[in-house]
Write a protein of this length. Sequence first.
Length: 129
Amino acid sequence: MAKILVVDDDLMIRVILKHTLDEHEVLLAEDGRQAIALMEWERPDLVLMDILMPGLDGITTAQVIATRHRIPIIFISELADDVVVPFGLSPISIVQKPFDPIELRKIVSAALANPHLKKTALQTLAACG
C-alpha cells in the first residue's frame, strides 16, 4: 500500500480521488500551502495535484515541493490539454478532469511500480529552483 497525497481545492474531487484510490493510504490537502506543510511530516510516495487552485497554484506548489523532496507528481486538471509546464518540471502525467477512475488507477499503479521515477522525478526542477 502506497501513501498518496491528493491536492485539490474542490472537496468533491478530493472525496472521489480518496474513494478511487482506496487501496492506498490517501492524504488530503485543499491547497498548495497545506500540501507543502503536510510534506514536512508526511512522506508520500506520489502526489496527485490540481493545477488551478486559489493561492499557490499546482505548478508553483510542485516547484516548491521539488526543491525539498524527490517525489513523482501527477497533475489533474480541467485544462490538461492547455497546460504549459515550465522548463524543468517533469510531471509523470497530466490527467484531464473529469477523469476515468479505471484509467487513473492504471496511471497511479504504473507510477508507483517504477522505482526509477521515485529517484529521478522532478530532479531537474529542483536544480532550476
